[in-house]
Write a protein that binds this ligand. Structure first.
Ligand code: IPM
Ligand code: MG
Length: 355
């Protein structure tokens, strides 16, 4: 079993360090850990945010645990050298088209939600976001126009791209509460029209899943109005980026939100994937011990479940985290004063108490 660890920039290294402590506590003698550079730190060391060695390391591993990329010092670099290109490049180079972003409330945390507690209590949804297409990877550029310089980005989806992510969404819904809401903007966009028609076609293979469709503007409203109505939200790259951040505020803090990005490659132990907290590099609090490591620790749990076939350990981590979140060891993002490593200690103690 080989695990590639890419801590990256900002708070990435500090939160990943806590996830690695959890991994060490679980004790996998058969596991080899490799560390690679991504993002601004990789640009500084190698002149590129996604060096070839890093891609090769990811390809040779069974899974990747990823911290975060982004550094304001790199804001003026041309786009191909900006830290964000590391994560976008990994997603496309590794064919990671399916991004799973669960957002579930924790008992005892309703007071931290941006919603009224009785509404926040109902949230238990999974955003299944397409990750290899859309306006993110379409042609883009700058041209002259009558109104001065004009930036443009092409938004497109073809049937094959929609079909494969739709299957992921429907299969996820089968394992959950059997409901899938496909989110698009089919009243305006051609790419969304193809999206919707293709999802309807794929739905025929899943008679046990109830499908409905929502325009993205309505979905944004419904997520804050009554998030409990959603089970699986299936959507494209850009809409999924926005809606998953929104859902995290309903849970209480983006510092709790993990994600899995998967493709088709099967390993000896499961499906190859890249796992990352969705919070990003948060340069304003980097190096101060203020970051919440729970999103990184929960990303590790998803990694163990999906890529290493370790459902038992994944469940143990999730139960330990639920205990900590319900308790009084809280970081600054949840109104407390606990440091990154104190939160890590609390998870380790809860794990030890369980076994
Ligand atoms: C995310 C992030 C990335 C995205 C950025 C860092 C490129 O916001 O993973 O949600 O837009 O996908
Ligand atoms: Mg985002």
């Amino acid at each position: 079993m080989k695990l590639a660890i890419f801590p990256g920039d900002g708070i990435g290294p500090e939160v990943i360090a806590e996830a690695v402590r959890v991994l060490d506590a679980l004790f996998f003698p058969q596991l080899t850990l490799w560390e690679g550079d991504v993002g601004g730190i990789a640009y500084k060391r190698h002149g590129h945010p996604l060096p070839t060695e890093t891609i090769e390391m990811a390809c040779a591993a069974d899974a990747v645990l990823f911290g975060a990329v982004g550094n304001p010092e790199c804001d003026d670099l041309p786009r191909e050298h900006r830290p964000e290109q590391a994560i976008l490049g990994l997603r496309s180079e590794l064919g990671l088209f399916a991004n799973l972003r669960p957002a579930a409330g924790y008992p005892g945390l309703e007071d931290m939600s941006s919603l009224k507690p009785e509404i926040a209590r109902g949230i238990d949804l999974l955003v299944v976001r397409e990750l290899n297409g859309d306006v993110y990877f379409g042609d883009k550029g700058e041209r002259a126009s009558d109104g001065g310089r004009e930036g443009w980005d092409a938004m497109s989806y073809n049937e094959a791209e929609v079909r494969r992510i739709a299957h992921t969404g429907f299969r996820a819904a089968q394992k959950r509460r059997g409901r899938l809401t496909s989110v698009d903007k089919a009243n305006v966009l051609e790419s969304s029209r193809i999206w919707r028609e293709t999802v309807v076609e794929v739905a025929k293979d899943y008679p046990d899943v109830t499908l409905d469709h929502m325009y993205v503007d309505n979905a944004a409203m419904q997520i804050v109005r009554s998030p409990g109505q959603f089970d699986v939200i299936l959507t494209g790259n850009l809409f999924g980026d926005i809606l998953s951040d929104q859902a995290s505020a309903c849970v209480g803090s983006i510092g709790l939100m993990a994600s899995a990005s998967m493709g088709e490659r099967q390993t000896e132990y499961g499906t190859f994937g890249l796992y990352e907290p969705i919070h990003g590099s948060a340069p304003d609090i980097a190096g101060q011990g203020k970051a919440n490591p729970i999103a990184a620790i929960l990303s590790l749990a998803m990694l163990l479940r999906h890529s290493l076939g370790r459902e038992g350990e994944a469940g143990r981590i999730e139960r330990a985290v639920a205990k900590v979140v319900a308790g009084d060891v809280r970081g600054a993002d949840l109104g407390g004063t606990a440091s990154t490593s104190q939160i890590g200690d609390a998870v380790l103690n809860a794990l030890a108490a369980e076994s």
